[in-house]
Design a protein around this ligand. Sequence first.
Ligand code: BES
Ligand code: MN
Ligand code: ZN
Length: 509
Amino acid sequence: MPLDISIRTDTVPAVHTPLLVLQHFEDDRQPTGAAAAVDEALNGLLSRLMSRGDFRGKAEETLVLYPGQADVAAERVLLVGIGKRESYAMQGLRKAVGTAVRQAERMRVSEMAVALGHVERTSEHMGAYFAARGAVEGAALAAWDYRDLKTSPGEDDEPVVRLQSLMLVASNQREADEMQPGVEVGQAVAAGENLARELAAKPANLATPSHLADVAREIARDGDMEITVLDRAAMEKEGLRGILSVAAGTEEEPCFIVLRYHGGEEGDQPLALVGKGVTFDTGGISLKPPEKMEEMKYDMAGAAAVLGAMHAVARLRPAINLVALVPCTENLPSGRATKPGDVVTMYSGKTVEVINTDAEGRMILADALAYARRFQPQAMIDAATLTGSVVIALGHEAIGLMGNDGGLIDQVRAVGERTGERCWPLPLWDPYRKQLDSEVADLKNVGGRPAGSITAGWFLKEFVGDIPWVHLDIAGTAYRDEPASYLRKGPTGVPTRLFIEWIRERASR
Ligand code: BES
Ligand code: MN
Ligand code: ZN
């Protein structure tokens, strides 16, 4: 159920709500903005606890108060720390509001109000529009949960409570008017990202290639997009043998989804989004060890983010042309599976010696990237849970970014900073290429252990030609073991927001 969101113009102490959320900057010894108004109504209660340093306002620090006083209509007041004033931006607000949602869950409250109008405008990114957007994204992302497969509605004998409605409090009508479009964009972004998380969370027996195709068809219908889904036979006709070589071992029908959105002028070159859609990666004949293999249901997180972004596009209708390419298959061993040493003639015509069938993502992406050329994209980005190596290099904090165009790399990095999906560059220098040299074919599909993410990126680069392109290795960021502010354990939705923001930045409106 999508979060119900309203904007209300009022003085903050007068707002009737079970939970009123106030933000506080680190090391301010005085309440400011909305908190100052509440403090006054509470005869200096907030000033007293802040001046003593009992609440510091460190990022994600919280304190609940129970005013019990007629001058403050809220049942509970929740102070949330938002860290230092200088570094406050939309991501800080997403985290603060996400943290507040977790507190609401703990207190079994399903409605909350966030004072936004009175937050000082501390950075160029913040203003009523961005404040509303950040708050809505933080709340809607935090409220998301995947419980479809649980037959009991609760835990510990009590039904779970999830946030159902969010009120944004503006200080005047002009601010409320600025907030409205922020709410709309924030809702569309969160809906797209939550779709991506739902698809990734679904087990591989449900989130099959055919299921992803069904979801893509729905998006196409809602967004007046054109869709083609190539099945195994159609891919054979097209010569998409990189995808088919991975699909050789599975009984589950693979597919290649091509989704086209025409929001720009006819004839304008589109942007292309490509997502790795391995719905389950066993490694194939180069079988993975059983430990944590269940996590390989997330190996379609790149595909999920592309579909999530297109879902948001269907709502936001940016003025630009787009093409989304999503190759989907399982990677399974069987009597028909591709074997180490087999040579595959790819869609582009290049030959690949398959040294390791567990390096399957690059095989399907290489075909999708080469196929994208027929749409003559002005630029393209792919997202893939491609290498365990990127987890060693960057852990769970940064997306590994590679590409063939400095301007595009800078643009994507800047977008990632804004959306809180940070990317860090790895070099695709020429000397790395020789690690892919093969005795029998044009290249091998693995380059050994050193620089594993880079040689994977180099492999892709062999298939993109001269189109400006960025590759995002999301193996470390697509899912997590621990909850954090607006995220739960499990899929993160990365890089759905980055995709949407990039599209909006490149669109003429
Ligand atoms: N899907 C995996 C990469 C992965 C690893 C994603 C850990 C998420 C968490 C990919 O298909 C893979 O198996 N890569 C191999 C490549 C190797 C055989 C060159 C890897 O990283 O070990
Ligand atoms: Mn693999
Ligand atoms: Zn994989």
